[in-house]
Design a protein around this ligand. Sequence first.
Ligand code: ADP
Ligand code: MG
Length: 673
Amino acid sequence: MESQQRSPLLEVKGNIELKRPLVKAHSRLPLPGSSFKRGRDQMEDVVEPEKKRTRGPGTASKFAASQPRAPVRTTVPPTQGQTAAPKLPKKTGLRCSTAVATVLKNQKPGPAAPAQKPGTAAPPKLEGKKPSKRPAWDLKGQLCDLNAELKCCREKTRTLDQENQQLRDQLREAQQQATDLGAERRTLEGELSRVRAQAEQGQQELGNLSAHVLELEERLSTQESLVEELQKEQLGLQEERRGLATRLEEQEKRLQASEAALSGSQAEVASLRKETAAQVALLAERGERLHWLEMERRRLHNQLQELKGNIRVFCRVRPVLPGEPTPPPGFLLFPSGPGGPSDPSTHVSLFRSDERRGTLSGVPAAPTRYDFSFDRVFPPGSGQDEVFEEIAMLVQSALDGYPVCIFAYGQTGSGKTFTMEGGPGEDPQMEGLIPRALRHLFSVAQELSSQGWTYSFVASYVEIYNETVRDLLATGTRKGQGGDCEIRRVGPGSEELTVTNARYVPVSCEGEVEALLHLARQNRAVARTAQNERSSRSHSVFQLQISGEHAGRGLQCGAPLNLVDLAGSERLDPGLAFGPGERERLRETQAINSSLSTLGLVIMALSNKESHVPYRNSKLTYLLQNSLGGSAKMLMFVNISPLEENASESLNSLRFASKVNQCVIGTAQANRK
Ligand code: ADP
Ligand code: MG
């Protein structure tokens, strides 16, 4: 760098040295930059030592002796150096006179000498001997000397003028040269500054370039490391690629296998689809067939029920309870059916001894036998399940769209409530008809759902006491209270009836039904008093509204199922009828008897196909009017006490039931004895 920077300078220096010859070689002027600036002053200084020398004592003689002026002046060229130039005082005076004297000494006697006047002393000889001083009197000689001296001075002056002119010319030339050199110097200085600027710029550029080089080197190293990394990465990727290629190969193999399996599966699927379509068609056909079968089943079922009788009567004799007197053997007999002991019993015989007949003959008369025949007779040992089995088909008629009414008729304590609701406790074997019937309905409805049928059930439970209706499912403040319930038609022109202010509870499982029965038992317990066991004096009506729909075929069916626990059928003892508090009891009994006899009359009117059916004569028949007659199915349980003491009431019950049975079923009449 130093060398690079220096090189232009050296170049300039070289130029300067080369340009020196611009100064004339023969010039004796001082070099520019040293004494050149002094100019005229310097020139005077050069002259000045001469003056000093001439001032000293004996100067004139020395000057005269060593430097004869004239010959020198003529031989030295005017351009020679100052050393050769004559040093002349600017002033005359003593120095001038001394010079004149010197000149005069050097001069050869001129032609003026002969012009010396005779008589005047000859001028002293100048050569070889110092002229002697003219005597004072030799004025002429002195004048002559003075003239000579003047002449010499003039000559000298002219010479000096010439020299002066020469010197001036030289000075001008030198000044011109100095001017040129100055210009040249400025040019060179300009060039120098330009070169310096260039050098600075070059240095700056060099610096920039160095920085750039450093930067590039840095980038290069970064790039190199990057390249190294990339190479490593590439190696890794190559490795990975090899692994992937291997996996790809495996996958391709698997894919090929899968494709082969898929094509196999597709063929299988196609065949399965064909098979499925065939199955679907078959299923549709079978569904159609099933539906036809179901409808046929319903038709046949109904036909069977009708053949059995739209009004059927079952007799159930309860067992003797612990603590009760054992009835005499043979008091009640259950003769076998025509098919033998395996045949379900349909007959019951009651033996009653007639005390009056015995008194008349004096011999105890044989007990009178009363035979009754019903659709079915359940002796004391019959279980709840056995009883239900007989009515299950009837209950199913409600699902098929036929209204069903099941009554429990009998004196108080004969087992009506046991038959309908079940025995006390949680024993499932003791469950009555209501929970069993509902469970059966739920189960059949579930089965029918697979054929497209949807069923819903809504339960209500009311009590009719003394011709007033009370809700047994009432909750809260209405619990156990007397009824402000009324039986009304759902709407004007509608056949459907509803009980106002009674709860209608949707049910779908046994648990819900059990909860409702429990609530009804609680409501009855609240209403019970010591003097009046009201439950036995009232009818309990459990109603289940069944609605079925087959959305696919646009079919609807539904009918009410009524399970009625009738009030005790016993008659009031005429001897007790006039006792205190018995008037109310009498009125109750009359109401019960009235409603029970109305029920009998309604059944008879329906049986005889009378135009007027007295439904309105009692609340019970009014409430049940849609479930009696027409396509409705009715079943009456006549509950009988096994005790001999209840023989009279049992006989009454059996007679009532028999009447019902006779009225409707012709076969019963044929069987009647
Ligand atoms: P009702 O309702 O007709 O007044 P209950 O159903 O209350 O008569 O029956 C009276 C008593 O007899 C109850 O204690 C009951 O448990 C019992 N009972 C009735 N029928 C049967 C039967 N089939 N098996 C066992 N106990 C019965
Ligand atoms: Mg009862």
